[in-house]
Design a protein around this ligand. Sequence first.
Ligand SMILES: [Zn+2]
Ligand SMILES: [Zn+2]
Length: 300
Amino acid sequence: MLDYHLHLWPHSEHETALSLDQLAAYCERAQAAGVTELAVTEHLFRFRQADALLGGFWDDPGVPPALAESMARYWKFHATADLDAYVECALEAKAVGLPIVIGLEVDFYEGRMDTVAGLLAGYPFDVLLGSVHWVDAWRFDDLDDPASMAEWSAREVDACWDAYTGAMEELAASRSCDVLAHPDLIKVAGHVPTAPDEWWDRLAEAAADSGMAAEVSSAGWRKPVGEQYPAAALLDRFVARGVPLTTASDAHRLEHVADRADDLRAVLATAGADTLQAYRGRVGHPVAVTAGVAFLNSRV
Ligand SMILES: [Zn+2]
Ligand SMILES: [Zn+2]
């Protein structure tokens, strides 16, 4: 079992020091839940290097002023950390024997994924998650931002899913990342079309065509939608197309590390998936879902 989506800081914090102790505590909690390999995957937009290269996209023509202002404020608050120090800390964790691989959660920047890939090529990442958290400059998943949440009343749900899926397709086609994180995140606030099949089909096809894995995440259980990512019907489509899978908590703090690992195992079993995909140096290899359980039993 893997936890391949972990943050070091809650969104309410910034300029918090990196520490090896935090990573050791993550590993200890994960192993107690039968999770034996972790990927640290902080958001790319939390680093000054991303700000220098990608900041300002919210000023594009057509972005409503309230959303542009909200995104500018959000970005300024978050883009304070140093990517080199982050990678150094993760390398140190590996060097002392913690079961950690070095990753990043990379947001989709329309038409600029080559630029992103150029920045990231200089670092020794094991795995890169690809995510869509905003459409143009609308942070559809920022439940704490009134301007972002107000948009859900102003837009058609089908159109939101369509725009989100289009962004995921372009992200997958760019082949700049390895895993599609929380593949149906657009449902986060509980807005789901009456017949989502068309978008589920497109998401599964995008993953299969790109060779990317899809993440099975417990984070959705902690959100208004109240179900794992991806929905069972979308997971079935991934499995049917042979899309590799990872498991993840998307924790932003210790108490969510390996969150509901047993429930994720049950979801995988129902879908008939008994293998996950781990990564080293951005090359995938299969591991058994139950590998962590055997490891734990052997220590008792
Ligand atoms: Zn995310
Ligand atoms: Zn995340």
